[in-house]
Design a protein around this ligand. Structure first.
Ligand code: MF3
Ligand code: CO
Length: 250
């Protein structure tokens, strides 16, 4: 599939879709506390999305059974919400969600701390966020796609963390996943030229240990192979003729 360039009207719809998703996240963040189950987070997120008159785009995506991906500690992404998975003080939890507004998709993820975190866990979350900003600083017309990937890799290399290579960011628009793929690690080639009107989900997934991951028997939950903690930070981003616009910022 070709990379799509959004028209002015489409950009407005993407902006609105993303603005509502960011609002959902702002409310979800306040619910993340010791004692809440991952299923309760999913139910709340689903309700907040529908309250905006939108539809959760993850629900039933390739058979995924929930509206919000809730991934705890060594779970990297695509954790399946459960009534008996209760968040504890010191856990880290990654929430990943998206919605559809008038046919336009948004997608974002954040890792939140539950109660009081270790310094190591806080730092992992903070540097994963910083890796996104290192990447987006290259998301400009005149640059190439993999300038983003290389900047994320260069930034993370100073910490001894592992970058997840098996999952990548992506274009987004009238589908959740459009071309191009946006890797978070160094690439040998330059990739396509960035153009105004492209919308990309940039989403570093960073492990405290090695970057290798495996899939649990539920066929969804991705975990770190070495059991180390993992953090995720994702925004839907618009390439413009000037500075990139983060459409899902909270
Ligand atoms: N959030 C994932 C992404 O960023 C997509 C998850 S699809 C689901 O591309 F089915 F797992 F929800
Ligand atoms: Co995504």
């Amino acid at each position: 599939m070709a990379v799509t360039i959004k028209s002015k009207r489409e950009i407005e719809l993407m902006r609105e879709s993303c603005r509502m998703l960011a609002d959902v996240f702002a409310q979800l963040e306040t619910a993340v506390k010791p004692g809440i189950s991952t299923l309760e987070i999913d139910k709340l997120g689903d309700k907040l999305i529908r309250r905006h008159g939108c539809v959760p785009n993850f629900l039933h995506y390739e058979g995924y059974p929930a509206s919000i991906c809730v991934s705890v500690n060594d779970e990297v992404v695509h954790g399946i919400p459960r009534a008996d998975r209760i968040l504890q003080d010191g856990d880290i939890v990654s929430l990943d969600a998206g919605l559809i507004y008038k046919g336009y998709h948004s997608d974002m993820a954040r890792t939140f701390g539950v109660g009081k975190l270790s310094d190591d866990a806080s730092k992992l979350i903070e540097e994963t966020r910083n890796a996104f900003f290192a990447g987006i600083s290259k998301a400009k017309v005149g640059n190439h796609l993999f300038d983003i990937s290389n900047a994320i890799d260069d930034y993370i290399s100073q910490f001894g963390y592992g970058i997840v290579e098996d999952l990548v960011g992506h274009g987004i628009g009238t589908s959740l996943h459009e071309d191009p793929q946006v890797p978070n690690f160094r690439q040998k080639r330059r990739g396509i030229k960035l153009q105004a009107g492209m919308t990309l989900a940039i989403e570093p997934m960073i492990n405290m240990g090695r970057g290798d991951v495996e899939w649990l028997d539920d066929d969804w939950t991705v975990v770190t192979e070495d059991g180390s903690l993992s953090a995720h930070y994702e925004n839907t981003v618009l390439i413009t003729d000037g500075e990139p616009e983060i459409l899902t910022l909270i």
